[in-house]
Design a binder for this molecule. Structure first.
Ligand SMILES: [Zn+2]
Ligand SMILES: [Zn+2]
Length: 371
């Protein structure tokens, strides 16, 4: 593994219904301390979950070069948070930020997300569901969150409260509602400006193959030329096991779709390394099927990739790590294998069979991952 540049602490990684383990990650540059500032990525679980993790392992945030180890409470750790980065406004990605809005200390915290996501969050902070503890006004009181929109303009945006990190946001599809249409989530390219390296983090996302307007392909096209030297880690959801029917995915992936998405990425990497191969292509990416409930016309297939023998892709994703998250647990009280282990095992078997060279990992609550 090349030199890590970011530390990532998993406060929660589940996709529900367990409210004690929902999407929430804390990030800092490897060369800085946690006290110097934390970027919180998603806010499903928060101080409560972290408090439980610290009871089990009080040295979770200690660095090996400090003796005696520095220990912090959950509320101290969250006081170091400078900004939250939110993929979409579903409660399993937002709820701890709402619940703790009145009790967080430390500097004023910015909420970075696409403008539509922030406007969704605003409906919660409307003095009905919850007091209004967030605003768009830079001059407002420190105790209020500050809405800080990210723009889908193809550029990396420096986070004002966290200048070592820049983020490029790309909207992705996360389900479809008859009343309001396509629902947007986000994928983030999160870059450490000093290291010049980045990783890719997906909010909830549906399969491009089932979407009326595929957009995940946009993310793969951007990622492909950077793999593996500049970008060697992808965090992506796989909410359901293989047994889930396609028309019951509710805007999420199951292992077969995640395998297919990684095959699309692999082809994009091939194209980026063999630009001349694009000439005389057949169209192989794009929608194949879709749930009956969608009424729109399918878009034409969005991209051309060469027809490749499977062997051409063998090893093409060498050096890439894929972290599988947001698995939906079953809390039926029956003993047995956790759903997360089943799902990650299915993903690994399907992906390994393609011999792409990518490694598949599970993301567990309390895990400290070096990126
Ligand atoms: Zn969601
Ligand atoms: Zn979710």
């Amino acid at each position: 593994m090349s030199n890590p540049f970011l530390d990532l602490l998993v406060v929660g990684s589940g996709g529900g219904p367990d409210e004690t383990n929902l999407s929430a990650y804390l990030i800092k540059p490897c060369n800085a301390s946690w006290e110097a500032g934390i970027l919180a990525l998603e806010a499903g679980s928060g101080q409560g979950a972290l408090n439980q993790l610290l009871l089990r392992n009080p040295d979770l945030f200690s660095t090996s070069n400090t003796t005696p180890p520095v220990r912090h409470s959950a509320s101290e750790i969250y006081s170091f948070v400078r900004a939250f980065l939110l993929s979409h406004a579903h409660l399993d990605h937002l709820q701890s930020l709402v619940i703790s809005a009145g009790s967080l200390s430390g500097p004023r915290k910015r909420l970075y997300a696409l403008k539509g996501v922030l406007e969704d969050a605003e409906t919660v902070f409307g003095n009905r569901l919850w007091p209004n503890l967030a605003s768009w006004d830079e001059t407002d009181e420190d105790y209020k969150y500050l809405y800080a929109p990210l723009y889908n303009n193809g550029k990396y945006q420096e986070l004002e409260s966290f200048p070592q990190v820049s983020v490029k946001v790309v909207p992705v599809n996360h389900g479809y509602y008859e009343t309001s249409g396509q629902y947007d989530s986000s994928a983030f390219f999160i870059r450490d400006n000093n290291a010049g390296k980045e990783f890719l983090f997906f909010g909830d996302v549906e399969p491009d193959s089932l979407s009326a307007s595929p957009r995940t392909i946009d993310v793969w096209r951007l990622a492909a030329p950077k793999i593996p030297d500049q970008l060697n880690a992808i965090f992506i959801e796989c909410s359901w096991p293989s047994s889930r029917e396609d028309d019951m995915l509710h805007g999420h992936l199951k292992p077969e779709h995640l395998r297919d998405e990684l095959l699309v990425l692999a082809k994009q990497v091939y194209v980026s390394r063999n630009p001349s191969a694009v000439a005389g292509t057949s169209r192989t990416s794009g929608p194949r099927t879709r749930p009956n409930r969608k009424k729109q016309k399918l878009n034409p297939e969005p991209t051309a990739t060469p027809t490749l023998e499977p062997e051409a892709l063998h090893g093409i994703l060498d050096g890439l790590r894929v972290y599988v998250m947001h698995c939906k647990e079953q809390l039926d009280g029956r003993p047995g294998q956790p759903m997360k282990d089943l799902i990650v095992g299915q993903v690994r078997a399907l992906v390994d069979a393609e011999k792409l060279g990518v490694e598949v990992f599970s993301v567990d609550q309390g895990m400290h991952i070096k990126i």
